[in-house]
Design a binder for this molecule. Structure first.
Ligand SMILES: *Cc1c(COP(=O)(O)O)cnc(C)c1O
Length: 360
């Protein structure tokens, strides 16, 4: 089948990227974070590819964990948002999933449990993110309550999440590390702090488990360091084709709102990709697009199914030529900068209309 718009998942890069996590955190167990459809790369595909290389998985929601068990994943799976009602707790038990416990609402549900089954719990501590978790002063009391809870397996495990680990100069991260270390020093059980930025930038955040997300997909967690500099290989590339090449005159306006006026006569390329595929609508003029190995600038407004590029007056590009929106030779981090977003949103945002092709 001749595909027009498709993403390639380079599965062979996974083992390489996991090896980079191991190099950075040689003493820690790796929890591969595969929430949100494995950051848009395909939950089951990525779980199976990672299975031989990691000790566990983390997802955000109970349904994601259930999907992994149904796909035959046997490793430990941590549900980072935990549960919000009894039915979810039943699923956690039934599918043997670990749960984050971050609120007194969850404690009440646990205390009301009558089933004899035991739940693996990760107590989430809020050390500065101010999103989920118990504050430092609550920890001793929460600890006692959970220790007395029949429905909870002992020892308890602990985790926290960094607010700004990708900024190596932010003094907040060492404060979070020290607080978590002090709060959990006298408790048994396993501990986990670091996300990708933590793994790479904050070696003393490496406890029993590290939670690697974005770096597994070959994307840099830092704005100022490229994936190549970190020896990471991108897992996803996004491709389409030129569907038209047109001559435009100086002064013509192109696309919705006539946002771009041609400064000189040129050849305009129309590419079959748009925000309906997950290409960012806010990509600015000049966002690079790779056609026949050459970077050409995006011009005009991104529409649902198409974008327009300035091929240049002397271009030999023709309808049918293949186009790379991001991938080898054009990092997704670059596109994110032009679209004033982060690469996470771009890979997560590829829509089901885009065919996924695996390359091993
Ligand atoms: C998403 C997430 C991670 C992974 O973060 P990356 O920046 O992708 O490495 C780790 N821990 C928690 C709690 C998360 O929500």
């Amino acid at each position: 089948m001749m595909r027009t718009t498709y993403a390639v998942i380079h599965l062979d890069a996974i083992a390489h990227n996991v090896a980079q996590v191991r190099l950075a955190a040689p003493c820690a167990k790796i929890m591969a974070v595969i929430k949100a459809n494995a950051y848009g790369h395909g939950l089951q595909r990525i779980a199976h590819a990672l299975e031989p290389h990691v000790e566990g998985f983390a997802v955000a929601r109970v349904q994601e964990g259930v999907r992994l068990r149904k796909a035959g994943i046997k490793q430990r799976i941590v549900v980072l948002e935990g549960f919000t009602h009894t039915q979810e707790l039943d699923d956690l038990h039934h599918y043997q999933l670990d749960a984050s416990v971050h609120s007194t609402h969850q404690l009440n549900i646990l205390h009301a449990q009558t089933t004899p089954a035991l739940l693996n719990v990760w107590v989430k501590l809020d050390t500065g993110m101010n999103r989920l978790g118990f504050k430092a002063h609550e920890v001793p009391s929460i600890y006692e309550q959970l220790m007395q809870c029949q429905a909870v397996r002992k020892p308890l495990n602990f985790m926290t999440h960094f607010a700004n680990a990708d900024d190596k100069s932010d003094p907040k991260t060492p404060v979070q590390i020290d607080l978590f270390t002090a709060l959990t020093a006298h408790y048994d059980g396993e501990k986990s702090m670091a996300n990708s930025a933590g793994i790479l930038a904050w070696p003393n955040a490496q406890t029993d488990w590290v939670r690697a997300g974005i770096m597994l997909y070959g994307i840099s967690p830092f704005a100022d360091i490229s994936a190549a500099q970190l020896h990471l290989k991108p897992l996803m590339s996004l491709h389409s084709r030129l569907i038209a090449v047109r001559d435009v005159q100086a002064g013509d306006t192109v696309g919705y709102s006539g946002l771009w006026t041609t400064p000189h006569a040129t050849k305009l390329g129309v590419v079959a990709i748009g925000y309906g595929d997950g290409y960012p609508r806010y990509a600015q003029h000049g966002t690079p697009v790779l056609i026949n190995g050459e970077r050409v600038p995006l011009v005009g407004r991104v529409s649902m199914d198409m974008i327009t590029v300035d091929l240049g007056a002397h271009s030999t590009a023709r309808a049918g030529d293949s186009v790379t929106l991001w991938g080898e030779g054009l990092p997704v981090e670059t596109i994110a900068r032009y679209a004033q977003t982060i690469p996470y949103t771009l890979v997560c945002g590829v829509t089901p209309r885009v065919d996924i092709v695996e390359s091993a």
